[in-house]
Design a protein around this ligand. Sequence first.
Ligand code: DAK
Length: 259
Amino acid sequence: MNNLLLEIQNGIALLTINRPKSLNALNSETLSELDTCLSEIEKRDDVKVVILTGSGEKSFVAGADISEMVNATPVEGSAMGQLARKAFGHLEEMPQVTIAAVNGYALGGGCEISMACDIRIASENAKFAQPECGLGILPGFGGTQRLSRLVGKGRAKELIFTCDMIDAQEAYRIGLANKVVPLAELIDYCKAMAGRIMKNAPIGVALAKEAINTGSDTDLNSGLKLEANLFGLSFSTQDKKEGMTAFLEKRKEKHFIGK
Ligand code: DAK
């Protein structure tokens, strides 16, 4: 991999987009590597949480690579869009929990890839924006859809139409960031959160992720039906037996096995 760093330890995959000279902008090669890497992580039982971040202390991802896009034809643009849809789709749909550790600029495709993650933790210096309309395009890696679902239609329209850049506190206030922490503590904070998640049953967490994601794109009744079915499915796991038995035995230690 030319543009990614991957470190897997204690159930956590720390995936770093590593193109610091262009502030970690996403070119086609990086998107393709993300697709390949995430589809491999997705199959690993020993990885429970993925933390996605950018290299350096200035930028998470400064968007799609403008130098690659400037002369791209519609066909090339569309191929790039397909690649991003696949790569971002893994983050959103993989059974593991995905946390974006937003360590600086999250602009355009950078804001969009953070929104494909389940949770966004921002460092104090993080900045978010969807600057596409100022480049003569519109958000195309899911921004018009995911931003409005996260912060509401009105705020999404304001951010997209004005291209305003907002800081981490404002992102937190509107619900785009889950939490703001000092830059030096960002990765440790995300790892500690991953640790709290990993104490719970992985299948329960994965089914809850599926219920929330699918349910939020459908009507309440269909979402509730899906939840009931997934709830039933969780009763087939050994982890359900273990979690409930541990409670009844007043045991703090639980031995979840992901089955
Ligand atoms: N692409 C390419 N290079 C970039 C870049 C980017 N997005 N962002 C920064 N760089 C490069 C700069 O060109 C510069 O390179 P050198 O001049 O040193 O060679 C280097 O990174 C450092 O940047 P600056 O010198 O500009 O650093 P500053 O601190 O002055 O400014 C900044 C930092 C982040 C405010 C500024 O670099 C900036 O405004 N960057 C562009 C941000 C932006 O507009 N991002 C949104 C891109 S549009 C698609 C769907 C979606 C998309 C594309 C296609 N399809 C469906 C096909 C998505 C589009 C976008 O994301």
